[in-house]
Ligand binder design. Structure first.
Ligand code: NDP
Length: 317
């Protein structure tokens, strides 16, 4: 049995792993079967993570974090947690491989998942013109006409990045003002390939083998029109990834895992949460990293107060 298992390998999970490993607690990090590193693996340049004045590519940043955690004794497993039993003194984490790992404490840092539009054919056309990842799929849209849905930093970043490939990039937003930061807005607004479509919602997707266009509904007057497109990138935010703990941990009304005040303590003793899965507001790499630190320190305090018999079980195997 381990002392600590960390589920998730974004900035929160890896930062928690660095701290827990440096406390000599040899954490096991369940890092996902698809790709370790979380959402920043789908990002290009990260310009606002302190310490990198010239910026750093998202995947490079995450590889550095992983290497730093491993250097101090964290073990990273490329698999998904598929089932959790968090209620007893000994927590059990089952992986996609079928293996079950035990620990005295769990740090839950599963981040968030791309939000969907929730309209017909969205899943069917996913990978056939509909995408959630410009850095993954942008290359397929050279000299094409595409659109990005959303008005936040993600939408601006994706739209700006996609102008490298596409001839024309519409940004479709349901309001007439953006939520994105000024610098990202300006970058998109000054790009000659980008055209904003204001007060518009994508209400239908068209195409059999691949996307051919969308129906836009005006959010002010309800009128509709068709827009021919080769690609649609959906960048409308994320929802916290909590399905593994439903029924075990308390959630907030926003759907994030509820924690006690500014701590990472969830509704179950020995279970801590960090990063986007507890944060409906800030959701930055650096705030997630800070939150991972809080979880690691809370975990250390929790373990230090456990009865010696339990601790002995963890260190003996
Ligand atoms: P946000 O939640 O900030 O923005 C989501 C956008 O999508 C909003 O404009 C919202 O509209 C719109 N939206 C939400 N749901 C729907 C829907 N069902 N249909 C149509 N539009 C919808 O998410 P982001 O992913 O953009 O950003 C998340 C966090 O990550 C933020 O804190 C952001 O600052 C950060 N980030 C930072 C980057 C950077 O600094 N380099 C890059 C990318 C993200 P409305 O405005 O009407 O609510």
């Amino acid at each position: 049995m381990r002392q600590v298992i960390i589920i998730g390998s974004g900035p929160a999970g890896y930062t928690a792993a660095i701290y827990v490993a440096r406390a000599n607690l040899a954490p096991l990090v369940i890092a996902s079967s698809v790709e370790a590193g979380g959402e920043l693996m789908n990002t290009t340049e990260v310009e606002n993570f302190p310490g990198f004045p010239e910026g750093i590519m998202g995947p490079d940043l995450m590889q550095h974090m992983q290497a730093q955690a491993e250097r101090f004794g964290a073990e990273v497993v490329l698999d998904d947690a598929t089932e959790l039993d968090l209620t007893g003194d000994i927590k059990r984490v089952t992986l996609g491989s079928g293996e079950t790992h035990e620990a005295l404490a769990v740090i839950f840092a599963t981040g968030s998942a791309y939000r969907k539009l929730g309209i017909e054919h969205e899943d069917r056309l996913s990978g056939h013109g509909v995408s959630w990842c410009a850095t993954c799929d942008g290359f397929f849209f050279r000299q094409k006409t595409i659109a990005v849905v959303g008005g936040g930093d993600s939408a601006m970043e994706e739209a700006t990045f996609l102008t490298r490939f596409a001839d024309k990039v519409y940004v479709i937003h349901r309001k007439d003002t953006l939520r994105a930061s000024k610098i990202m807005q300006d970058r998109a607004a000054n790009d000659p390939k980008i055209e904003f479509v204001w007060n518009a919602a994508v209400t239908a997707l068209h195409g059999e083998a691949a996307l051919t266009g969308v129906t836009l509904t005006d959010t002010v007057d309800g009128s509709t029109r068709e827009l021919a497109l080769d690609g649609l990138f959906i960048a409308i935010g994320n929802d916290p990834r909590t399905h593994l703990v439903h029924g075990q941990l308390d959630l907030t009304t926003e759907g994030t895992i509820a924690v006690d005040g500014r701590s990472s303590r969830t509704s179950l003793p020995g279970v801590f949460a960090a990063g986007d899965v507890i944060d409906p507001t800030y959701r930055q790499a650096i705030t997630a990293a800070g939150s991972g630190t809080v979880a690691a320190l809370d975990t250390e305090h929790f373990l230090a107060a456990l009865p010696a018999e339990l601790l002995a079980q963890a260190s003996s195997s």
